[in-house]
Ligand binder design. Structure first.
Ligand code: AKG
Ligand code: FE2
Length: 332
């Protein structure tokens, strides 16, 4: 990163820490989006060549990496061996609770701006940056209902929360971890950094998908899916279904009984699952993180026993030289 840019960001972030300000939060995000457009030349191959370790896959479970042992090689082995890794307690339950509260505040700013101002002196809760293009993300919202039970909001649409998350990721050491994993710095993006609230939907069948189907294959990614609620398995809120599959392959969509042209059909999912480690529905506590990449075949796991809303944050990280401009990269 260019020296003057680093200095400008450090100064803005220090000022915002001393006295939080909507203006500063917006400036920090704008600068990071502008800088994210800088695409470095293709770097040499990353030092972490895939070392396939299928032992965890054989046990039929996603490998778990103790928080203190989280490193690029362990992550690489797990993702290439089984398609994913779990780090329990990446953040503690108190931090997870604070993030749930922040998400609720952002949702309120969008749904009820009259009682939850989108902008306060010390917080840009829900403000569209002039650096962002495209309509505000409003997926899952039902226009007939004043408040949608499920919400997905781009983190970048809340500079207040985006700044908080950037500080958290730095404190967790993610920039260094990902730089080692990719062999170059990582980027976030406007479109694939999402605050999620998923309501129970007992009759729903979410679509099986691989994010590489949308993002392309000539990329290097890591998604950190951070659970902020007790969810998955027998928990009261929906988690994720995942196929234990470390293969680097994008499967055809819209066939084998698929309901949509962008989803992988259930018959094909069953076949892939039978060929590798099966389907898993991990149980997550608030604060547990799941890591996977664009080859992972997964879906939101709805089940009849669900009664609670699930909060999570989905953060797709890209190797800087491969970050698709369409996703609007953000400097990490
Ligand atoms: O949070 C969910 O239910 C879906 C997440 C997902 O598909 C992803 O992180 O790629
Ligand atoms: Fe996904």
């Amino acid at each position: 990163m260019a020296e003057p840019l680093t200095e400008a960001l450090t100064a803005l972030e220090q000022a915002n820490r001393r006295q939080a300000s909507a203006e500063l939060q917006q400036q920090i995000l704008d600068l990071r989006i502008r800088a994210g457009r800088d695409r470095p030349a293709q770097p040499p191959a990353p030092p972490t060549a895939p070392g396939v370790n299928r032992t965890a896959q054989d046990r039929g479970a996603i490998p778990e990496i103790p928080r203190r042992e989280l490193g690029a090689q362990r992550l690489c082995d797990a993702i290439h061996g089984s398609g994913a890794a779990i780090v329990r307690g990446l953040i503690d339950s108190e931090q997870a609770g604070q993030l749930r509260t922040l998400i609720d505040r952002v949702v309120a700013a969008r749904e009820h701006p009259e009682s939850a101002p989108p902008r306060e002196e010390d917080a840009a809760w829900y403000l569209r940056s002039k650096e962002v293009s495209g309509a505000p993300a409003r997926f899952f919202a039902n226009p007939d209902e004043p408040v949608s039970a499920s919400s997905s909001i781009w983190a970048a649409d809340s500079p207040r929360v985006a700044c908080e998350l950037l500080e958290l990721y730095a404190a967790l050491g993610l920039p260094a971890l990902l730089a080692e994993y990719f062999g170059e710095p990582a980027r976030l993006s406007v479109k694939k950094w999402v605050l999620r609230k998923v309501a129970p939907d007992n009759a729903a069948q979410a679509g099986w998908h691989q994010d590489g189907r949308f993002l392309g294959e000539t990329i290097q990614t890591v998604n950190m899916w951070l659970a902020l609620s007790d969810c998955g398995g027998a928990a009261p809120a929906p988690g994720l279904d995942l196929v234990l599959d470390g293969r680097r392959e994008i499967y055809p969509t819209g066939t084998a009984g698929a309901i949509f042209d962008w989803t992988v059909g259930p018959e094909l999912v069953a076949k892939v699952a039978a060929d590798c480690g099966g389907v898993v529905q991990p149980r997550f506590a608030a604060g547990d993180a799941l890591f996977f990449d664009h080859y992972n075949l997964h879906r939101t796991a709805f089940a009849p026993h669900h009664t609670a809303v699930r909060y999570a944050i989905e953060s797709w990280f890209f190797a800087a030289s491969t970050a698709p401009l369409k996703q609007q990269p953000i400097l990490l």
